[in-house]
Design a protein around this ligand. Sequence first.
Ligand code: COA
Length: 421
Amino acid sequence: MTDASTALSCIESGNLVYVGGGAGGPSVLIDALCARAPELRDVQLIHILTFIGAPYVDPKYEGSFRDNSLFIGHNVRKAVQEGRADFTPIFLSEIPGLFQRKILPIDVALVSLSPPDEHGFCSYGVEVGTTKPAADSARVIIAEVNKKMPRTLGDSFIHVSRLTHVVETDYPLPEAIQGKSSDEYMRIGQHIAGMIPNGATLQMGIGSLPDAVLENLGSHKDLGIHTELFSDGVVTLFEQGIITCSRKTFHPGKMVAGFLFGSQRLYSFVDNNPIVELHPTEYVNDPYNIALNDNMVAINAALQIDLTGQVCADSIGPVFYSGVGGQLDFIRGAARSKGGLPLIALPATAKGDTISRISPLLPEGSGVTTTRNDVHYIVTEYGVASLYGKTIRQRAQALIHIAHPKFRDELTHAAHKLGYL
Ligand code: COA
């Protein structure tokens, strides 16, 4: 047991430092690291989405720290977009491999853990997905042992003997406050709910969509969970007896996830709860494992789609917004699953109905997150377009049909000009 600044003194200039992700970010260690900035040069900080602050991207730390985000969250987005921080595109399923194969050889992992059990094992709590593989491959592990970190079960443990330094902390985890879903998201949720069979296993991506889908599943039976991330909506459906995981064909009886982000209600629910298992993303997001779930329904959001079915979810034109995360892992896994449904959903418009998210071409610089070869179903508030196995002409027709009515003539005209219709 030591204090944060003593623990952090082992970090040297030029080190590659992993920062625990999701809601399991080690805030006390981050603050202590920033306090050491004047003594350090070229320390690279690597992480996925984090829900704590990211003070290390402040311009005043330039030269001391350089951020490298594997999924861009709101706390680093401006820095990435201004070129003061880096972004590495990578599938969530393949992030552990970057560490294990020493493509990103981690010197120090900064993590947040639950207090040890009677056998000396700490749980990674709400963020196992990429944090456990990162720590497993690191030379040095500096851990906050936070009394408020829930003890989640699964492949989620590390023995105290592996920890180089331990700093005791006691502060609440960051919380996601669930707002009311907009009308358009509720209509999307209704379309999706109508496609989901009883007994299905669900993955929900990130953004405004998952809550709206879950809110529409109140009449379903025996749903299961296999997902990189879940939040409070899953707890509600479990308490209502709708999520039982009883018909799952992979990890029956268990909700399987990589990380969790929600309110204290969620964190209390997952604490020591045998129905919830957290695993690294190389396991949860492996498309082959995902496909072992029959009736696997993957539900992911997007920013834009072109008339051929190319889905962009990580950039707005050339401006990086997020990352691929687990989208394609789950789209491919669900496509292979017996009875699986790979779904992409997006509101038909953005920016107060001034932009159609269904466009003839993707704007220059847009990333293709789900390719037109992988795409199956697209859902907007106007309906569902089934694209798989369809020609470009059929795709353009189906997508125009679910575009906002005010853009349909414009899209039809553009599709003719492009030779799609
Ligand atoms: N053109 C211009 N601006 C657009 C746009 C477009 N085509 N589409 C969206 N925007 C704007 C929105 O207006 C919004 O701006 P605002 O914050 O000023 O209101 C912003 O971009 C975010 O769009 P929104 O649709 O509200 O995002 P979201 O929070 O629901 O998240 C994704 C949607 C696609 C960004 C999110 O799901 C994501 O990052 N996905 C990554 C891949 C993935 O699905 N991985 C699986 C989970 S790890």
